[in-house]
Design a binder for this molecule. Sequence first.
Ligand SMILES: Nc1ncnc2c1ncn2[C@@H]1O[C@H](COP(=O)(O)OS(=O)(=O)O)[C@@H](OP(=O)(O)O)[C@H]1O
Ligand SMILES: Nc1ncnc2c1ncn2[C@@H]1O[C@H](COP(=O)(O)OP(=O)(O)O)[C@@H](O)[C@H]1O
Length: 278
Amino acid sequence: MMIGAKSFLGLPIASPKGIISDSNSLSTNSRSVGVLRACVSMEGSQTMSHSKNGSLPELKSVNGHTGQKQGPLSTVGNSTNIKWHECPVEKVDRQRLLDQKGCVIWVTGLSGSGKSTLACALNQKLYQKGKLCYILDGDNVRHGLNRDLSFKAEDRAENIRRVGEVAKLFADAGIICIASLISPYRRDRDACRTLLPEGDFVEVFMNVPLEVCEARDPKGLYKLARAGKIKGFTGIDDPYEPPLNCEISLGEEGTGTSPIEMAETVVAYLEHKGYLKA
Ligand SMILES: Nc1ncnc2c1ncn2[C@@H]1O[C@H](COP(=O)(O)OS(=O)(=O)O)[C@@H](OP(=O)(O)O)[C@H]1O
Ligand SMILES: Nc1ncnc2c1ncn2[C@@H]1O[C@H](COP(=O)(O)OP(=O)(O)O)[C@@H](O)[C@H]1O
């Protein structure tokens, strides 16, 4: 097992290069320091305050530019002559409205490891706390946006890239976006991580052995894969690369065994890192 799992606030988690055990260890952990810095800079750059009558927050930064495209023309990929469009209502303003910070909870693991179940339990827990979440589930996204993609390696990579970009937009909207996909390749997950500010990408590994996933087999897919009726099935005849530096590894001792306990572990992490307030 590549990840050490320890505890913070009495709950075990894995840290990028070892262990986060309590707030004292934050100063020695680069990613955690990054989170703290991000939080400080968010505080420092607030552009909203609540209006005197206590209703909607007021924008401080309105400067009359309400649709101007500024800056030079760019070329990005195959898109030529494009310009970035700024708006005075920014991420920090949306976060103040929602009283939370946008981020991406990236849930990775084998088919049957409990990704969708965790995503749903986590969404419910956060909803009960008045926090806005949205789930991007691999199975669901493949019904629409990614219906053109197969399960060969390059299509899985494109699947992850698109979901990573969409998740980034949700985080920019101030929403806690839960992306639950097998996402079997480290390189693809790491590429999504780099799309987001330090700390805003929380990788959650469903550390459930293949034998357990196969015994669950709720859709009968492992049986079909073993019978050779599905080719390139993750864990059977296609690879899964477990994370080396995830923030949370569920399935470790102390992270809980039920979906609700696992969701509580993730909520405690988000609370500890300051994502459940603006
Ligand atoms: N060959 C193969 N390998 C793995 N999974 C397969 C395959 N074919 C179909 N399925 C079903 O597709 C679901 C996984 O989709 P994802 O988008 O999460 O996969 S990936 O991230 O692109 O690898 C996965 O859902 P989960 O069981 O929820 O993980 C399966 O239902
Ligand atoms: N923590 C858990 N403990 C026991 N069974 C679970 C747990 N989480 C999910 N399951 C069960 O495992 C099966 C697969 O869960 P699912 O969330 O669909 O996995 P995935 O999305 O990774 O394919 C389902 O039958 C689900 O009820």
